[in-house]
Design a protein. Structure first.
Length: 296
């Protein structure tokens, strides 16, 4: 486990160019998502003095004027939904495929190589993603309903609110554990598919089950430690953000710089997570088949 984390850290240090590619793609996605709203705001307030107050913080008159002009939210919600479906999900899967391609590459990894890897692994990752959604629907959701039924027997006759509080907390923790196990299992499945150059999602899931099941706790520990690193970084970001003033141009640009720094670090943690899990799977496969030569 420690060796896998060290190798993941080395991949992060080696992948500075990869992290920059990821940041550029994320910036493009953010621009594509926010540009229509910028055009909308410019059309509405370009000749209004109300927009001058934005640098001082939230302006209720400005917001109320915006809501009054656009009371019909159906086009907005439709556009938001289509954007999430046709941009966010494919971009995320493409980025994951590019990372897997970089981890498998032993040579200099440039942007055309990143795009090629994203295209090669996209359909495989899409199948794994859809199967993961089905697992949430047919495993996690029924399990949640089962827990609710069990805990209702405990809380329905309670004389105070404490049983309901503890029941809700225990249910949340159990669901979090099951979700993390499902997420870990499907993440290892797509990594194993990339290592073995396998195109069949069900075969990848079976291979992941064979590899991970006897080594559940080490595999889960690597996944959880990487997830905790991401959570700790997010907590630190919001802690710093609370210390930044909420009004003024300097505060705006400071928040922007802090946000972009956070995004870069989040992407570095993403590469670290993929790298650690990738090398753990590689090492586990080498232990399972000692005769197999594995280049790390």
């Amino acid at each position: 486990m420690i060796r896998a984390l060290k190798l993941g850290w080395n991949e992060t240090l080696r992948g500075k160019r990869l992290i920059f590619y990821l940041w550029a793609l994320q910036a493009f996605l953010a621009l594509a998502f926010t540009w229509p709203f910028f055009l909308l705001f410019r059309k509405t307030f370009a000749h209004s003095l109300l927009a001058a107050n934005l640098s001082r913080g939230t302006d209720l008159i400005w917001l109320s004027d915006l809501i009054y002009n656009y009371q019909n939210l159906t086009p907005f919600l439709s556009g938001l939904g289509l954007t999430l479906i046709f941009l966010a999900i494919p971009f995320s899967l493409g980025i994951d495929g590019g990372i897997l391609g970089a981890l498998k590459s032993n040579k200099s990894f440039r942007f055309p190589d990143f795009l090629k890897a994203a295209a090669v692994y996209f359909y495989r990752l899409l199948k794994i993603f859809l199967l993961f959604l089905l697992s949430l629907l047919f495993l996690l959701l029924p399990f949640s309903r089962l827990l609710s039924s069990i805990f209702n027997l405990w809380t329905e006759k309670a004389a105070s609110a404490w049983p309901a509080f503890w029941a809700g907390l225990i249910k949340f923790l159990l669901l979090l554990i099951v979700y993390s196990l499902l997420r870990m299992f499907f993440d290892y499945a797509r990594i194993i598919m990339a290592i073995e150059d396998n195109r069949q999602a069900l075969k990848g899931l079976a291979r992941a089950a064979i590899l991970v099941s006897p080594r559940l706790f080490p595999a889960w520990a690597v996944f959880l430690l990487c997830s905790l690193a991401s959570l700790a970084l997010t907590f630190l970001f919001f802690l710093i953000l609370r210390l930044i003033p909420t009004s003024g141009l300097f505060a705006f640009w400071l928040s922007f710089v802090v946000g972009e720094t956070y995004l870069l670090l989040r992407l570095a943690v993403k590469v670290f997570t993929f790298g650690s899990c990738f090398h753990w799977a590689h090492l586990a496969m080498a232990q399972r088949q000692p005769a197999l030569k594995v280049d790390i």
